[in-house]
Design a protein around this ligand. Structure first.
Ligand SMILES: NC(=O)c1ccc[n+]([C@@H]2O[C@H](COP(=O)([O-])OP(=O)(O)OC[C@H]3O[C@@H](n4cnc5c(N)ncnc54)[C@H](OP(=O)(O)O)[C@@H]3O)[C@@H](O)[C@H]2O)c1
Length: 224
């Protein structure tokens, strides 16, 4: 049985992906800071297939611990989904807040690179798959968006990682959602996609034949 390691699994896209992955026959290691939410999800998914691993993605040692716990429990990490991310309330550089940029860069950029580093030996051994949640904001110009810049960084990192991993038989997919109705936003976004819409894109990427690489999946609401 294959195992998916998911960061940002306590909510939104990560939690929806965990549900779809279990349905597709994967074990899931669920990483995030909110242990209570992860425990609730494990209860829902069943302890046979799901494990909660508390983890702060901005702390490399914490990610190493989480990956180790997943390996000890399930014996492999075939898919690592680096999905944890945060936004900012400030607008642009003029109106932005340096403390929010610090958190965003450490979570959205370093956190993703740490996930890949912490899991790479297992994923390479499995000839597996990395997925990174970038964003439509990492593919288009959004005036002033510092958040978007962290996602552009991930579009570049993911593309470079894809070439680093290609001859190891490891796939790298960038998931690039437009607006998704999740707790990422303070207010509901009824016209946005649902988290499950993105989860299905993740399952699509990992369900391709061995010789087929879905390198980037940009999904967005039709009526944006
Ligand atoms: N919603 C959108 O419109 C949208 C569009 C494009 C891309 N995205 C991206 O999609 C990803 C998931 O976002 P979402 O919409 O599902 O939002 P969400 O519901 O707010 O989920 C964010 C997840 O990231 C985790 N997280 C945040 N900081 C963390 C840290 N330091 N260590 C560990 N986990 C951390 C949170 O868990 P804890 O708080 O429990 O740690 C939570 O599970 C993010 O990378 C986001 O940038 C979202």
């Amino acid at each position: 049985m294959k195992t998916m390691f998911i960061t940002g699994a306590s909510s939104g896209i990560g939690a929806a992906t965990a549900k779809r992955a279990v349905e597709a026959g994967y074990n899931v290691a669920l990483a995030a800071r909110s242990k209570d939410k992860l425990d609730g999800l494990v209860e829902e998914l069943g302890t046979e297939q799901a494990l909660a691993v508390s983890c702060d993605v901005t702390d490399f040692a914490s990610q190493q611990q989480a990956a180790k716990a997943a390996m000890e429990r399930f014996g492999s990490i075939d898919v690592a989904f680096a999905n944890a991310g945060v936004g900012a309330s400030g607008s642009g550089t003029a109106g932005g807040k340096p403390e929010e940029w610090d958190k965003m860069v450490r979570t959205n950029v370093l956190g993703v690179i740490y996930t890949v580093k912490a899991t790479h030996e297992a994923v390479i051994a499995a000839r597996g798959h990395f997925l990174i949640t970038s964003s439509g904001a990492g593919r288009k110009i959004i005036p002033g968006s510092v958040y978007g810049a962290t996602k552009w960084a991930m579009s570049g990192y993911g593309a470079n990682l894809r070439e680093e991993m290609r001859d190891k038989g490891v796939k790298v997919t960038l998931i690039e959602p437009g607006m998704v109705n999740t707790p990422f936003f303070d207010d509901p976004k009824p016209d946005a996609m649902a988290a499950d819409d993105v989860a299905r894109a993740v399952i699509y990427a990992i369900s391709q034949p061995e010789n087929v690489l879905a390198g980037e999946i940009w999904v967005e609401p039709l009526n944006r």
